[in-house]
Design a protein around this ligand. Structure first.
Ligand SMILES: C[S@@+](CC[C@H](N)C(=O)[O-])C[C@H]1O[C@@H](n2cnc3c(N)ncnc32)[C@H](O)[C@@H]1O
Length: 313
């Protein structure tokens, strides 16, 4: 049996989680004030960094020794300024006592980039200084709390060891061994469950959970969003706990995590789910989506203006 807990509340306080009880963290923090997902969520960049600093401290408390915290994130362009999120998370995690272990580049397919108008500027103005590349990557930052004691693996029961075994055929054929992972993002289909959440594809937590945790252990996602990490943990027979501050996302999370195919809910793999609603939850989604609509209409108006020749004499 695996247990899955959703806490609707702020991850800066994870008092429901005992010290040293988490075997892996997988999370994608909000993309600062990303214009298409989180416009105006934070008062400024310092506020965003403050959240990550508080989280890093809580993470150090709840993560077991030797275990991994993986962040899926990217530098963010807001109002024409690029914010160095990747560098800042690395610094914050190291300051909190974690070792910086690896950085994997998640490369998305070229056909699904959102802002291709950016690189087009050179086509309209084929001169130096007009270059703005389209982004098709994010970073998966991997941190470790101290060092892992590999005797732990020898002491596991043969049943758990066998159930946790990595499929090496898949590992090689899908090139998990490389520091660049080619994975399709959640496609922007109109009716998708994850609309406006900036969800990551299930393949990311699926790989990380298999590479960095054993069957029956516990995975944490402090920024649960639509619930992707819990859904994947359920499928891989890990326990999980997720924090999400936005109470408006609860119906989405419930839909996602109750979607486990019937055959995976055999008597051998019953799934128990608990929802905890806390007083520090907020209502965010409707407000953010309204701001996104405003952003989009401003961008459409600007686009009409810049499709005219822009080269200054
Ligand atoms: C990038 S999304 C995560 C998406 C998720 N990985 C998925 O696949 O659906 C970040 C989430 O963090 C939530 N969030 C922001 N601040 C938070 C906080 N202090 N505590 C908990 N959740 C928070 C946001 O509401 C948002 O849903």
């Amino acid at each position: 049996m695996t247990r899955h807990t959703v806490v609707i509340g702020d991850c800066r306080d994870m008092h429901e989680v005992p010290d040293g009880s988490i075997h892996l963290m997988v999370a994608s923090p909000p993309y600062y004030n990303a214009p298409f997902d989180y416009p105006g969520l934070f008062k400024n960049y310092e506020e965003f960094l403050k959240l990550l600093k508080s989280l890093a401290k809580e993470l150090h408390r709840v993560l077991a020794d030797g275990r991994i915290a993986a962040f899926v994130t990217d530098d963010m362009l807001v109002d024409g300024e690029k914010y160095p999120v990747v560098a800042d998370i690395t610094r914050i995690m190291r300051d909190a006592g974690f070792r910086y272990r690896d950085r994997i580049i998640w490369r998305k397919p070229e056909g699904y980039i959102r802002i291709s108008r950016r690189s087009g500027v050179v086509l309209r103005n084929p001169y130096p200084m007009y270059f703005y590349p389209d982004n098709i990557q994010e970073s998966i930052l991997i941190f470790q709390k101290g060092r892992f004691d590999y005797d732990y693996v020898k002491q596991l029961s043969p049943k758990i060891r066998e159930a946790s075994k990595i499929n090496t055929t898949r590992y090689l054929s899908e090139k998990w061994n490389l520091a660049v992972w080619d994975i399709t993002n959640v496609l922007p289909k109109a009716a998708r469950l994850e609309k406006g959440i900036a969800a990551f594809p299930e393949e990311i937590p699926r790989r990380l959970i298999q590479l960095f945790s054993f069957t029956g252990e516990t995975v944490l996602d402090p920024f649960l969003g639509s619930g992707t990490t819990i859904k994947t943990a359920q499928q891989l027979q890990r326990n999980s706990i997720g924090y999400e501050i936005d109470q408006e996302l609860l119906p989405v999370i419930q839909q996602k995590i109750n979607h486990i195919p019937h055959q995976q809910q055999t008597p051998n793999n019953p799934i128990q789910t608990e929802i905890i609603r806390r007083a520090d939850a907020k209502k965010l989604r409707t407000r953010l989506q309204n701001r996104v609509k405003t952003q989009k209409s401003i961008i459409q108006k600007t686009a009409k203006l810049i499709t005219k020749p822009t080269l200054q004499p």
